[in-house]
Design a protein around this ligand. Structure first.
Ligand SMILES: [Zn+2]
Length: 460
């Protein structure tokens, strides 16, 4: 139990007033400074305030981007998500966990006594010179209450295609596809694999200075504002659709129309006419496991416009996130010729591949007599073997051969061999390049390319 470790730092423990708290600077939303000060003073008066501070500092210092708290009769299970992987943390007892939750809800201007309704709030936080936004959601569940905190840097840290891990040649290919005339471009990705980030960075990489860009999105959409992209919103809750704003917008002869979602068949039909007859350019996105799957999903959803959609699509991008091998502790090994052959790497091209160094769990760090063995744990990655993530991408550039293949048999099994003949590199092949350069490991590539298990896909 964490409460026992009062004197030690580094865990979300309930320390006493003498222990200096880590520098987590809460900036709760309020009408003015005075009100904000009032919230902070009230929270500091709560016995478990130090435990709340310690937990957030621990999560931020450990690079967690999500914290999950599960309240049940027995206690509070604590989990962090680091580089896309959930890790169990020591649990909290109920009195500590309950107090922590009161602090967090007050800081988010929510109702601490309500343990059943879904409550949602935002909490700006500064920690060691970096500003973060914590998106807080709590919800009563049959066994107690569940709390999910999403932690995002206030300023995006990934701003260029290179930041995302895209190789240079592909960056050029993508930019040229995004800057071509009268076409449709499709962004896609598996759930939880960074599609919103690539969408933002990709749109910013398009030439928004020569052509005028307009995005048409629901008022509730979380997509951020972007420079040189005019935003037009509709309210789907009030029965509106992109059509509500599209007709008047088209009178202004826009060059590029961006739809986070097409929403309905009327919009697709109209956009097909606008692209094919009025030479406009349009961009949309779809959740799918591969570029081919994404395009097939789009035409299956809008069957009436399938032919037009295939005809006007110039390209589709898809991506997966892989964990980067920790550069401090990765272990080189000589791949066998059989392994290289299996990976499709020509003999002699790669002498060394890398695997993660993952130390055995503490209970196994003993010799034959049960005496503890000292194993140095990497300080950079904390023994995870990985540090940070990068995306691997595939870009399907359509030509008439691929278009004909799609129209004659819209199945991945039929389209893939044709696309490969035309030079298309799959996520698997692009991933092998990342393994060959030591960016990631073969195990990691296999993990992210394995088909998702239904129970996993939801929370990732
Ligand atoms: Zn390491």
């Amino acid at each position: 139990m964490l409460r026992r470790k009062k004197k030690k730092s580094g865990g979300p423990s309930g320390g006493s007033a003498q222990v200096a708290l880590p520098p987590v600077d809460f900036k709760p939303k309020a009408d003015d400074k005075q009100q904000q000060q009032g919230i902070l003073i009230a929270c500091r008066g709560i016995e478990q305030y130090p435990a709340a501070v310690m937990m957030l500092a621990h999560a931020l210092a450990g690079r967690a981007d999500q914290i999950l708290l599960d309240y049940s009769k027995q206690g509070v299970a604590v989990r962090y998500r680091v580089d896309g992987m959930w890790e169990n943390m020591p649990p909290m007892d109920r009195p500590t966990g309950d107090g922590v939750l009161v602090v967090l809800k007050r800081l988010c201007n929510l109702e601490p006594t309500d343990r059943r309704s879904r409550q949602q709030g935002v909490l700006p936080v500064a920690f060691k010179g970096v500003d973060w936004i914590i998106h807080f959601v709590s919800q009563g569940i049959p066994t107690g209450e569940r709390v999910l905190m999403r932690i995002e840097p206030k300023k995006p840290v990934l701003n260029t295609l290179g930041d995302l891990g895209m190789r240079e040649k592909m960056q050029e290919q993508l930019k040229s596809l995004l800057n071509s005339d009268s076409a449709l471009f499709l962004f896609s990705g598996a759930p939880g694999h960074g599609l919103p980030t690539t969408w933002r960075v990709g749109l910013e990489a398009a030439d928004r200075f020569v052509r005028d860009f307009h995005s048409i999105q629901d008022v509730t959409s979380e997509d951020p504002e972007m420079i040189n992209i005019a935003k037009h919103t509709f309210d789907s809750a009030a029965g509106e659709s992109p059509m509500t704003v599209l007709k008047s917008l088209l009178l202004k002869q826009p060059d590029v129309l961006i739809f986070p979602e097409f929403v309905n068949a009327d919009v697709v039909k109209l956009m097909c006419e606008e692209v094919l007859e009025e030479h406009r350019y349009t961009i949309t996105r779809i959740v799918a496991g591969s570029a081919i799957e994404a395009l097939l999903k789009l035409i299956a959803t809008y069957k009436a416009s399938a032919k037009e959609l295939v005809k006007m699509t110039c390209g589709v991008i898809n991506q997966r996130l892989v964990r980067r091998l920790c550069s401090d502790c990765r272990q080189p090994f000589q791949p066998s010729p059989q392994l290289l052959q299996k990976l499709g790497i020509p003999p002699g091209r790669v002498q060394t591949l890398y695997q993660p160094f993952i130390p055995p769990p503490p209970e196994q760090r003993v010799d034959a007599n049960g005496k503890p063995i000292e194993i140095e744990i990497c300080r950079k990655c904390d023994g995870r073997g990985y540090y940070g993530r990068a995306a691997i991408f595939e870009v399907l550039q359509l030509d008439d051969t691929i278009r004909n293949a799609i129209l004659s048999n819209p199945s991945p099994a039929a389209v893939l061999p044709v696309a490969r003949q035309q030079g298309f590199l799959t996520l698997q092949e692009e991933g092998v390049l990342s393994v060959a350069t030591g960016l990631t490991s073969l195990q990691e590539l296999q993990r992210v390319l394995a088909p998702p298990r239904p129970s996993q896909s939801k929370r990732s």
